[in-house]
Write a protein that binds this ligand. Sequence first.
Ligand code: IFM
Length: 459
Amino acid sequence: MPAAPMPALQFPAGFLRGPATSAHQVEGNNTRNQWWRFEQQPGAIWHGDRSGLACDWWNHAEVDFDLMERMGHSAHRMSLEWSRIEPEPGRFDSAAIERYRALLDGLRRRNIRPMVTLHHFTNPLWLEQAGGWENPAAIVRFQQYVRYAVRTLGDLCNQWVTLNEPLVYVVQGWVRGIWPPQKTHLLAALRVFRHLLQAHGVAYQTLHANSPGAPVGYALPVRVFQPSNPKRWLDRKAANLKRYLVEHLWVTGAADGKLRFPLGLDEYQHSLADSADFIGINFYTRDLVRFHPDPRQLFGEEHFSPDGEYSDRGRRGVYSEYAPQALHQIVREVNAFHKPIYITENGLPDHDDDQRPRWLLGHLHALHQAIQQGCDVRGYYHWTLTDNFEWSEGWGLRFGRVELDPATQLRRPRPSAALYSAIARTNAISETLVQTYAPELHPILFPTAAPQQQNVRKR
Ligand code: IFM
């Protein structure tokens, strides 16, 4: 007699499921920001790619909204493009706001709850020309834009993210120098970081003053740096230093309002204190760190485990190692701040979709375990629905559950689209889904069920 199926791994009622996107990566023709200008430089983007029409959301986002609805999504994290809303300093564009109102309304009519990010890597060209985030005036400029956005969109959006991955923005632009403004200048990097943290606090207050009931948070890039050799003191110190700079400075600053060294000397910022109603975690991988004397590497060289499993990004750089246990670890750590947690991004580049189903299941299982252990996780935003413009890697990395041909705008769902859709619809991971999409995970997700035949996938 066949064994009765095990009970599904059920997520709590109201747990939000849907994709995450950002304006520049999906809208198309965002010609007034610094990324558009950067893309025109020869050699800036892999294979000379450009964002171009991207996923054509400025004209036809509803095509993907329909897909989300059909896939049973209950939430979507998107961002606003500052350079559309304020194309010149102090001149706000009501037509852009009308389009964003239509987008937010379109989501709500499909029963998809929007979470809106106000800054996701791009700046208006005019801000960039005035010194960008190195200039403290950016904080006031950002506040004015945020005030306008919440006053004109606040009736349609009741959850806000101030800034996306501030540390990624700083490291890529001022430490590694591979994103605009292409600098390698540690002091300037710290200045920008400090201004971003202050801007977060100011934006938090502005959002609350204008839309008191709407929760506000940030989306933190988390890489769970671990010592390459835990027995080596220098490796442990190097990993801890990275965790301090990349994660702790921000999270603790937004909790107690202090600008810690090297951002400041513990100055207290009233607007920053208790400035997160929730914590957003963007998780893609863990990093191993071995000590390195180079201060530009922050005294730690990042590398991946030699026997790890990698996404399409391979061993080249970031976002690559399969490490759901690190997601579990970080969720438990962040839970100590007693704030609701959202996974504001998680995904992988996988053009042939031979890993995505298993990675999805592995990470959702890690979250499920954390929830069972009492962590207050309220939702999971998968990066992403449709292939989109992946910054320096252009169209060379495919993060979508739906394949997109940017030239024709034709969309073709990959197998993982049906998987995530089934999870989203039922708010659960069933044994059948695991058997169908990643049987090798069955003993891990359903350890007390009858043993299944193992089918280990390629590395
Ligand atoms: O595409 C990016 C996104 O803009 C920020 N987080 C990581 C994603 C994948 O690299």
